[in-house]
Design a binder for this molecule. Structure first.
Ligand code: 5GP
Ligand code: ZN
Length: 138
């Protein structure tokens, strides 16, 4: 547990939350400031700041809850779609430094939108990045 981490406090029960699911390692609860009704957060109970701080098995165990959780959130909000979002770092929009997945139910005309400005690679840039990322993974 990290001192002063809101989600650690929720995970330990020190702070209240509207918990929809819990097991030994994970918890899901309603976001306090929902982008849409039913906006749910899935967290590991253990404190990790970024997904890159987690091991593959811990990410697997956490994300394994997503299909069932997503289905319940979608069906009970009558949503016609769902965004699953996981931010890492302040620049990405992460405001709570404890790994979490957002499940955001979507309905026609909800006004949330979803449009990021797609870019283009400069000549040779994609190939250079491809080589670098492939090498980093090898
Ligand atoms: P982030 O911006 O880090 O990806 O998302 C953090 C989310 O946590 C936000 O959507 C915010 O509304 C939610 N949040 C922040 N503090 C609390 C809290 O004390 N309780 C609950 N349930 N959600 C919180
Ligand atoms: Zn934490």
């Amino acid at each position: 547990m990290a001192a002063d981490c809101i989600f650690c406090k929720i995970a330990s029960g020190a702070l209240p939350a509207m918990v929809v699911f819990e097991d030994a390692d994970a918890m899901a609860f309603l976001d306090i400031a929902p982008l849409a009704p039913g906006h749910t957060l899935l967290i590991p109970k253990k404190h990790y700041r970024r997904i890159t701080d987690m091991t593959a098995p811990t990410v697997s165990a956490l994300s394994a809850h997503l299909p069932r959780l997503a289905a319940a959130v979608v069906s009970e909000t009558n949503a016609s779609g769902l965004n699953i979002l996981q931010n890492n770092g302040e620049v990405s929009g992460q405001s709570v430094d404890h790994v979490h997945f957002h499940l955001i139910p979507r309905t026609e005309g909800d006004g949330l939108g979803y449009r990021w400005n797609a870019g283009r690679y400069a000549s040779g840039q994609a190939e250079a990045l491809l080589t670098r990322i492939r090498t980093a993974l090898s």
